[in-house]
Design a protein around this ligand. Structure first.
Ligand code: C2E
Ligand code: MG
Ligand code: MG
Ligand code: MG
Length: 288
């Protein structure tokens, strides 16, 4: 009987797995055509200088509008793109679109673009970035790439080589999701990052959770010691922003300040009419 049950469960898993694999293959196939069918677009999330309250730049985030399934989040399709190698084309599309957009802004704000671990292993990455900059006319000083630590662990030497080439272009590099990966401290030094982004999971309830507070304070201390600006991601509550201001964190990003949106939403900022987000919450935070 036990054997019978075991087999039944096994068959159930097998069917489940089969369905998952098929679903993934179908999605991969659709993703293959997403660029040519105009299904990808970028949304932008402002990054705020906490001291002045001014917008300092935007992070570009890719979105896939599937014709039948609707909006598919990056957490669902980026892994598929990475495993299938499609991330190289998608990453190039994102880079081109983000740089072309940013080049049109009268206000020369910075633009942060996420670069996948798979792209970091690709020998053509720095050449692609260089060509994109020259074709769009965007100054390299305005571009920042965001990479996670996983980008560094696959083949350290290769990643290091790519990173040096990118930095030689005058492009800045931020370590994304800091605190969630491996050997963070050694990497920060070896790769000479320009910025640290503390992962949103540490920001959540940082004002009331002693452990999160200790971690965030430690990262801010590290940033100060290494002379690296620290950005806090995922700020959703005013108390979190106030904590970060008191602890002299340089920049803030999160739903509290603004959700990611079409760039047209931020026309007054990109055109230079204002540097401030129309954000009641932020103004309240200024007063405290
Ligand atoms: P990430 O680079 O760490 O981006 C931050 C994510 O947190 C974004 O999710 C953003 O929408 C979300 N977020 C921002 N503020 C808040 C907040 O206050 N609360 C919460 N709960 N979330 C917030 P998104 O756009 O779904 O992207 C998820 C991840 O997918 C990104 O994490 C990045 O790793 C990857 N990704 C997105 N766009 C691209 C891209 O163009 N290329 C590559 N390679 N990866 C991308
Ligand atoms: Mg990012
Ligand atoms: Mg992040
Ligand atoms: Mg992330």
């Amino acid at each position: 009987r036990a054997k019978h049950d075991g087999r039944g469960i096994y068959r159930y898993f097998e069917a489940e797995m089969g369905a998952k694999v098929r679903e993934r293959r179908l999605l991969e196939n659709d993703l293959r055509h997403a660029i040519s069918r105009n299904q990808l677009r970028l949304v932008y999330q402002p990054q705020i200088d906490i001291k002045s309250g001014d917008v300092s730049g935007f992070e570009a985030l890719v979105r896939w509008e599937h014709p039948e399934k609707g909006a598919i989040p990056p957490s669902d399709f980026i892994p598929i793109a990475e495993e299938s190698g499609l991330i190289l084309q998608i990453g190039e599309w994102v880079m081109r679109q983000a740089c072309a957009d940013a080049a049109t802004w009268a206000n020369p704000l910075s633009i942060a673009v996420n670069v996948s671990a798979v792209q970091m292993q690709n020998a053509g990455l720095s050449m692609m970035i260089m060509q994109t900059l020259s074709q769009t006319g965007l100054s390299p000083a305005r571009l920042e790439i965001e990479i996670t630590e996983t980008a560094l662990i696959r083949d350290m030497n290769r990643a290091l080589h790519t990173l040096r080439q990118i930095k030689a272009l005058g492009v800045r590099v931020a370590m994304d999701d800091f605190g969630t990966g491996y050997s963070s401290l050694a990497n920060l030094r070896a790769f000479s990052f320009d910025k640290i982004k503390i992962d949103g999971s540490f920001i959540k309830s940082v004002d009331s959770n002693e452990q999160s507070a200790a971690i965030v304070r430690a990262v801010l201390g590290l940033g100060a010691g290494l002379n690296l600006p620290v950005v806090a991601e995922g700020i959703e509550r005013i108390e979190e922003l106030n904590f970060l201001r008191d602890e002299t964190c340089a920049e803030a990003q999160g739903f509290l300040l603004s959700r990611p949106a079409e760039i047209e939403t931020f026309a007054e900022i990109t055109s230079g009419t204002t540097r401030r987000l129309p954000c009641a919450e932020r103004d309240r935070a200024d007063v405290k």
